[in-house]
Design a protein around this ligand. Structure first.
Ligand SMILES: [Fe+2]
Length: 361
């Protein structure tokens, strides 16, 4: 029978279970433990204790006498270790049994209390056992969850970095009336074009992000050259071209597991005829995500005023894309882009344009 000293049912989950065949010892132990604010019950035998543990989760500490009729404390310890390893066990031993108590420690008992028991000592041992058990459980939890937690933190850091990069891109564009909203429009155009080409899921998310950040490397381009009216000298051109490699380098440390984003930063100025930069890639050798951004980036540049020329109408920009399909641009991408926006009169998009149905973000 499971008892409390006055046989009153315990209101809170039982934290401690006392096992002793002597009712006086049993009741006084329960009282002492309850006085330290812990919910405590008792059983008169090892078998009753095992039955109770099997039926009730969460017993933190078991305090058992070593010598009991029937199953003794040592056998109980062994069973509890096997079946309820999260329950800490404290052995109660007569002076003559100290050697057995030491053996019990080797078997996994957390502590032992020698008779005659002193109230303060019992309470201190129980408190220490609870603390040790808590630490053991915490350690196990951290070991089991560390990997997940590290992954979660890494994803969070990556997210914060990418959000920072987006903010930076928008801030740079906002300084210049010619490029204001460029990256957001390129994102819209790119994602809609990819949907038309049949892409779905993560690819669209990363394409959208890469499209928005494609020119982040221009942080390193001298402003006088970026806004220079007229043509560039070969040296100036080389300087501007570096924004591709620099963009990839900026994004690589924290977007390394998003190759789509990095490919866009590096290769959005490659041409299918091999005359692009920085690597002179050709045709299918250029990642599809970069071929998509190349087309829509050119379209947005043509349809917005720049320091060095006025904008084209969307219809004329479409014609220009089609004229250069197979040379500068991937013909299938040009086809998908013009199909995705069958009413070019509504282009270019306004940057306050609400997200389109089917957009992944
Ligand atoms: Fe660019």
């Amino acid at each position: 029978m499971v008892t409390s000293p006055d046989n009153a049912p315990s209101a809170s989950p039982v934290q401690c279970l006392v096992v002793d065949d002597d009712p006086q010892v049993r009741d006084s132990l329960v009282r002492v433990i309850q006085e330290q604010g812990l919910a405590c019950l008792a059983t008169a035998s090892a078998d009753e204790a095992l039955a109770y543990l099997s039926a009730h989760d969460g017993v933190a500490v078991l305090i058992t006498d070593i010598r009991m009729p029937g199953t003794d404390g040592v056998a109980l310890l062994s069973e509890v270790r096997r079946r309820h390893p999260d329950t800490a066990v404290i052995m109660v031993s007569a002076v003559a049994d100290v050697q057995i108590a030491v053996e019990c420690l080797k078997m996994g008992a957390l502590d032992y209390i020698a008779k005659p028991m002193v109230i303060g000592e019992v309470q201190a041992r129980v408190a220490k056992a609870l603390e040790k058990r808590e630490l053991t459980l915490q350690n196990r939890y951290y070991q089991q969850h560390l990997e997940t937690e590290v992954r979660r933190q890494r994803a969070r850091i990556e997210q914060l970095f990418l959000e920072g990069a987006q903010t930076l891109t928008h801030a740079l564009e906002a300084k210049d009336a010619y490029t204001r909203g460029h990256s957001r429009r390129v994102r819209e155009y790119a994602v809609r074009t990819a949907v038309m080409l049949g892409y779905t899921g993560d690819f669209l998310d990363n394409l959208g992000l890469g499209a928005e950040l494609h020119d982040i490397g221009k942080i390193g381009t001298r402003e006088a050259i970026l806004n220079k009216p007229g043509g560039l000298t070969p040296e100036e051109f080389r300087h501007v071209a570096e924004h591709t490699v620099l963009g990839e380098r900026i994004l690589a440390p924290l977007a390394g597991d998003r190759p789509v984003v990095l490919h866009i930063a590096r290769s959005h100025h490659e041409r299918v005829d091999g005359d692009g930069f920085p690597d002179g890639l050709r045709g299918d050798g250029i990642p599809m995500e970069a071929r998509i951004v190349c087309v829509v980036d050119a379209f947005d540049a043509m349809t917005t005023d720049r320091a060095y020329r006025d904008s084209l109408t969307a219809v004329n920009a479409f014609r220009e894309l089609e004229r250069c399909a197979g040379l500068q641009f991937d013909a299938a991408v040009v086809q998908a882009f013009t199909s995705a926006f069958p009413g070019p009169d509504h282009l270019p998009l306004h940057t306050s344009h609400p997200p389109m149905a089917g957009d992944p973000r």
